[in-house]
Design a protein around this ligand. Sequence first.
Ligand code: ADP
Ligand code: MG
Length: 635
Amino acid sequence: MPENLSPEISENLDAPAADDAAELLFTDLNLDARVLAALTDVGYEKPSPIQAATIPVLLEGRDVVGLAQTGTGKTAAFAVPALSKMAELADINGVSKNTQVLVLAPTRELALQVAEAFTSYARHMDGFTVLPVYGGSPYGPQLAGLRRGAQVVVGTPGRVIDHISKGSLDLSALEYVVLDEADEMLRMGFAEDVEQILSSTPAEKQVALFSATMPPAIRRIAKKYLNDPAEIAVKGKTTTGTNTRQRYLQVMGPHKLDAMTRILEVEDYDGIIAFVRTKMATEDLADKLRSRGFSAAAINGDIPQQQRERTVEALREGKIDILVATDVAARGLDVERISLVVNYDIPHDTESYVHRIGRTGRAGRSGDAILFMTPREKYLLRSIEKATRQPVEQMQLPSSESINELRLNKFAEKITKTLASEDVAAFRDLIASYEQEHNVPAAEIAAALAVMAQGSNPLLVKDIPVAPAGQRERSEGRKDAFGSRGPTRTLTEGNATYRIAVGRRQRVMPGSIVGAIANEGGLSSSQIGGIDIRADHTLVELPAELSKDQWRALSKTRIGGELIHLELDKGRKPNRERPAGEFKKPFKKEFSKDSKDFKKRDGDTRFSSDSARKPRSGKAAGAGLGRSNAQSDQW
Ligand code: ADP
Ligand code: MG
């Protein structure tokens, strides 16, 4: 630990003001010629604002706290000056194989990405090695790599600690430590690990800390481990970058897949990431998209590292177009061709949302972000707009007519193309003889063949409702609509009415029912439809097909201490006395509580070292809706 600690981080920018530095060129920054040549090779024309402000300060040898959003070029901001110095030192002292630079990153993907960036900026430097080390992959190659010597080690905190304690990572010659995505590292529960690593590095070293936000815990770490750092913030930039258009689509859970398909049909896109909440959902959605003819693949924390890397590479190369990912698996992913982010399941908090949509609009390109939400989730929009300082426009689902017209045109096009490019002679004779033998007009035969060609995917689509049936009817002014939310009411397709053994007498609220069912049954709140609380029982609309595990979990679920005894409702007469919309109010109340949670999670409270560890323990921390699955998704 450095001894000459400065008590405060300088609050004022004593580095060149990041926003004024736009006109600087890399050649103005006193960088080594080999590094400059590499930057030209990778096509960087001029430094980004954070680079222009940070590089001179780091070259000078000063510690830095860099605050800038994702996609602003932070990697080069810390990698370029380090490499430039190493190149020049190697000229004087000869190439040293000692580990001189250690970069800590929150996830494997990020560590790999940073390592790749280092490698590309160092392409003209001789005898230079970067080694990524991260958990979940065998020690062997990492140990061999460390034995051979790597000047730069990029790793996730857990694995770096392992190597330090095994004695395989020698940090005695370390000159420079970078904490990349520091806030994310803390959010993932790495605070103690990071501190432990920092404490086991030599006192005389340079430290750079990069973060998108500056919660108190980061400030504390900076104060404790950095020496009079220059705090460089790129201001005046919206968190999402103005080149990403944000839209939301109101759609109910069971219709999301159709909505997604329609969007894919009409939107112009290059690469896409669709975010879902659980690992299982990544596989499920990727499968469904594939069966509808799209090239999609899943990435999540359970998929072996190598396969995940291959998948990301396939996306980068255009071999697949759609990546279905969990938040954690896609964190920091930098694939330039991603032009659309679909928030298929709603994110846990605004911060995840900002990270998600940061996957598009990379490297100055424009991007699109679409958020699927149920009418009930609409309250989240305001927090998102606040966090991104940008409006989220409502989008309309492409209409059935326009989709059908498109599909019919495409089908006709296919016929034209086939006639033009394929030899159809053999089939022509077959059809001609069929026409004669069966006395069926050619158009009929062609139609039958078209049905065969189309297979099980219907050619034409039907309308998709945007709100649950009950809500639609209510808004259309049908007085008894919600009052008749029993079995007679139209259910959303794929749903069924269930009965649980708690009701008004047990003082249950819709919110606690949604919470319990979502958490215990692993359902997302959007999969839970109407809730009709009766005197001593409640009718709930849930997916008709619950898995065995969900049944088992839900049969043990209690609300207010009482077992809910979930069963399919056998259809009793709906209670028509109760005024319509009675339970709409409590619903709203409960959800606005959750809305606070949404905001709270965006604040700094979770950064205390205690709460920061929570996400790593499998069990969900709070009673947040449907969070339990996603929480265990961390890796
Ligand atoms: P951050 O870490 O801030 O999220 P990255 O370092 O991942 O950002 O950079 C985002 C993207 O911008 C990467 O694709 C990177 O190659 C590119 N990039 C970085 N610096 C420049 C530059 N000066 N000119 C052009 N592109 C750049
Ligand atoms: Mg980064």
